[in-house]
Design a protein around this ligand. Structure first.
Ligand code: SF4
Length: 360
């Protein structure tokens, strides 16, 4: 893990261009027109930024010394910096990162050696505006979207962590940390482009899942954009009244609208869709709830992932018992729905689903 010292360099960076916000044609324009350098220099810089994650221009040793001095006069890089790391008894590792403007975000590495699966859960916003009642991040107000480079950095640095701790690279990336990815659409898409590009990290988009609380028009946009990654919808109730109670976003994006958007997404991409479903005792885990959920699932191929609830303060529901989850899952299976039940990871360090809140 990089230990670059943190410099609160807001004044230094605010009048410079964040070089990682540029696409390659824009970078080429600056390099050739403003700096008078040959075009191939931009490709060299691009690889330093997106393959090797250079966090300073001094590191770019195949550039001329003169260019290495000129670049920081115009551009900044703004890397994220590790602020704190916590290790759970179950192997989960939570990292807190500091952004160039001092804000904090979290990422979680979830190792499952028995399945050879090493997943990073990344954040895409500082805080979140959607206020889902069961989520600690939802209790923080949204401050800003992350930049593409700040999302990319989480993947790069947690991949290093994974290599150091488990001698394996990451196998999966999920956008399920702090924030709603479809409300940070541009930086999310740009980060995925860099992560999957051959001149970036060259990871497969099939190993990436973007999770939404349910912004129907953006699900349709992803379909129109022909994205290659997988989609997860945090459903948590298949009844509008119950979903409104725990997820205010459902009031503008009700179940029927969401279902139609998912059908559209599937028809246009054929990408995998998962429904995330946190089971709350005597709220959404009964037989009638399973029947509603099965009806919702009929319209497109899907896997339902039942998740154990991780308590946060200020929310009155409790997690379902193992027996109720079992009965619920069996009912879904009997109705032809593919179901998995996921045990929670990293609870002892507040790294489990819905618990990310920069607590400490
Ligand atoms: S569950 Fe996701 S969308 Fe909802 S408040 Fe938490 S971070 Fe935001």
């Amino acid at each position: 893990m990089s230990q670059t010292p943190y410099l609160c360099n807001m004044n230094q960076v605010k009048d410079k261009i964040d070089i990682r916000k540029l696409d390659l044609p824009m970078l080429e324009k600056y390099i050739t027109e403003q700096l008078g350098e040959p075009r191939f220099r931009s490709k060299q810089i691009w690889k330093w930024l997106w393959q090797k994650r250079a966090s300073t221009f001094v590191e770019m040793t195949d550039l001329s010394a003169v260019l290495r001095e000129k670049l920081p006069e115009i551009f900044s890089i703004n890397p994220i910096v590790l602020d704190k790391i916590q290790r759970s008894q179950d192997g989960t590792i939570k990292s807190r990162f500091r952004l160039y403007d001092g804000h904090l975000i979290e990422s979680v590495l979830i190792p499952v050696p028995s399945d050879n699966r090493y997943t990073v859960c990344v954040s895409c916003q500082v805080g979140c505006s959607l206020s889902c009642k069961f989520c600690a991040t939802g209790q923080m107000k949204r401050v800003r979207n992350l930049d593409p480079g700040e999302i990319f950095d989480q993947v790069f640095l947690v991949n290093q962590q994974c290599l150091e701790s488990f001698d394996r690279p990451l196998t999966n990336i999920v956008y399920m940390g702090m924030g709603e990815p479809l409300l940070a659409y541009q930086p999310v898409i740009q980060s995925i482009e860099r992560i999957t590009a051959p001149d970036g990290l060259n990871m497969s988009p099939r190993r990436i899942t973007v999770s939404t609380a349910g912004i129907a028009k953006m699900i349709r946009k992803m379909a129109d954009d022909q994205v290659k990654f997988n989609l997860a919808l945090s459903l948590h109730a298949a009844d509008d009244e119950k979903r409104n109670e725990i997820m205010p976003i459902n009031e503008q994006n009700n179940l029927e609208v969401l279902q139609q958007a998912l059908v559209y997404f599937y028809q246009n991409t054929h990408n995998k869709i998962t429904l995330e479903y946190i089971a709350f005792q005597n709220f959404n885990d009964g037989i009638a709830d399973a029947d509603n959920l099965a009806r919702f699932c009929k319209a497109f191929p899907v896997v339902v992932n039942i998740i154990e609830y991780n308590p946060i303060s200020g929310f009155d529901k409790v997690k379902s018992s193992a027996d109720r989850i079992d009965t619920f899952a069996r009912r879904l299976s009997s109705l032809g729905v593919s179901v998995t039940v996921r045990r929670s990871r990293g609870k002892d360090i507040d790294a489990a689903c819905g618990q990310l809140a920069n607590k400490g």
